[in-house]
Design a protein around this ligand. Structure first.
Ligand SMILES: Cc1cc2nc3c(=O)[nH]c(=O)nc-3n(C[C@H](O)[C@H](O)[C@H](O)COP(=O)(O)OP(=O)(O)OC[C@H]3O[C@@H](n4cnc5c(N)ncnc54)[C@H](O)[C@@H]3O)c2cc1C
Length: 388
């Protein structure tokens, strides 16, 4: 069995470490940060629940979060743009999605690893390949030689740049806020509320809390002088409930603000004994709630390729060929939605957003299912194994 290093202990790195460990490999996850707890919530769609089932962790995740079956879209005055029946959504997706705290998801993944697998507070600085494997130079000035390396080090990935050379990183022009409100919202309005150039999402996280996010155009690295929550409360004061009530029930210190970036896609996800997973391979805008879900699919599929072939470079090559088309379509669509919501002038964005009402529900549901249903997650079969 091989010694494999994983760079990064986010969703992608931990889930991939679980898949590799389950196949008997000796895995070390090298994480730059000392504190990897991250705030707010995350939506785990049925495609990713299916991937988690494959890792043996699906039921733990289901039990740890709230189940959401609605996918409503409203205009800021509360009028419905889309109001699909929950049964229709559940039938199309195979089960409701799960919304849980990010830190809880992280803990479930980390607990599935042998103690001592994750080394916190150490960054991978340089990667080079050797005759027998991979050589890593670490921030603590040590050098580690391993049989293989999985780069799960996010959008600024050192490993993606080792495989691809420089990758551009550009501000997308807008920013996102996230928070958790200590109140329940009506499950019927779970989904999104839209306004000209603005988007607010709100989904129940269990029975007594609500995970929310908001986005709007803003200058890069900006901040609200009187606090992020106060800014949102002012700008969204006239929006329909539950938005003002939800913001009022949020702890100001727990609101996260993150500028959104587009990074050039990594053309090469694998070469020899090095592979990329998660945002390192395919960063995407958050509008479909699929970045973390696709990272979970990556982990399960990479593991499945190791069941088809014991040769790591061979398995990595198969994983890349199998995953890239599905992920590329999701990356493109996430970016397109972001562009439409943030069109300028805002009147155009309002028109484009409101026009979505013209799409027949059956078309929208079928399309959503092609991305996020249980059956959208596919595992490779013998036919998908690349030739040696
Ligand atoms: C506003 C917003 C909302 C979102 N909502 C959802 C959602 O609802 N559902 C969903 O599925 N996705 C969602 N996403 C996307 C999701 O958060 C990401 O796609 C996912 O977290 C990517 O995981 P990752 O492990 O690939 O990368 P990351 O989470 O970025 O983890 C990378 C890790 O690598 C570490 N690292 C970086 N460089 C090095 C190095 N050189 N050496 C060692 N360690 C290193 C970092 O410290 C970090 O811990 C959202 C994103 C945003 C911005």
């Amino acid at each position: 069995m091989a010694e494999i290093a994983v760079a990064g202990a986010g969703i992608a790195g931990l889930a991939t470490a679980v898949a590799l460990t389950q196949r008997g490999h000796s895995v070390t996850v090298i994480e730059e940060r000392l504190d990897t707890t991250s705030g707010a919530g995350i939506s785990i769609w049925p495609n990713a629940l299916a991937a988690l089932d494959h890792l043996g962790l699906g039921d733990q995740v289901r039990c740890a979060g709230g189940r959401v079956a609605a996918g409503a879209i409203r205009w800021k005055d509360g009028t419905w743009l889309r109001r699909p029946a929950p049964e229709r959504i559940v039938t199309a997706l195979g089960e409701p999605l799960v919304v849980l705290q990010r830190v809880v998801l992280r803990d479930i993944l980390a607990a599935a690893l042998p103690p001592g697998t994750v080394i916190d507070g150490t960054a991978v600085r340089q990667v080079s390949t050797t005759r027998t494997g991979v050589r890593l130079e670490l921030s603590d000035s040590t050098v580690r030689e391993t049989d293989a390396l999985v780069g799960a080090d996010g959008t600024r990935s050192v490993v993606a740049r080792h495989l691809n050379g420089p990758l551009g990183h550009r501000y997308a022009g807008y920013t996102a806020w996230r928070g958790v409100a200590q109140i329940a919202v009506d499950p019927d309005v779970a989904g999104e509320t839209m306004g000209p150039g603005r988007e607010v999402g709100h989904v129940p996280m269990g029975t007594d809390r609500t995970y929310w996010f908001a986005s709007e155009r803003a200058v890069e690295a900006g901040s609200a002088p009187h606090g992020e929550l106060a800014y949102l409360q002012t700008t969204l004061a006239s929006w329909a409930d539950p938005i003002p009530a939800m913001l009022a029930a949020t702890e100001p210190a727990e609101v996260l603000r993150n500028d959104l970036y587009d990074r050039d896609p990594a053309r090469c996800w694998s070469k020899g004994s090095v592979a990329l997973v998660g945002d390192a391979a395919h960063p995407m805008r958050p509008h479909l709630g699929q970045g973390g879900c696709q990272a979970l699919e990556d982990a399960a599929v990479l593991g499945a390729f190791l069941d088809l072939t014991a040769d790591l470079p061979h398995a990595f090559r198969g994983y890349q060929a199998f995953r890239r088309r599905r992920v590329a379509a999701i990356v493109r669509e996430s970016r397109l939605i972001g562009r439409v919501v943030n069109l300028r002038p805002v009147l155009l964005s309002a028109l484009a957003t409101r026009a979505t009402v013209l799409l027949p529900e059956v078309v929208v549901t079928r399309h959503l299912a092609s991305i996020a249903s249980r059956s959208a997650f596919r595992l490779p079969t013998r036919d998908d194994a690349p030739s040696a």
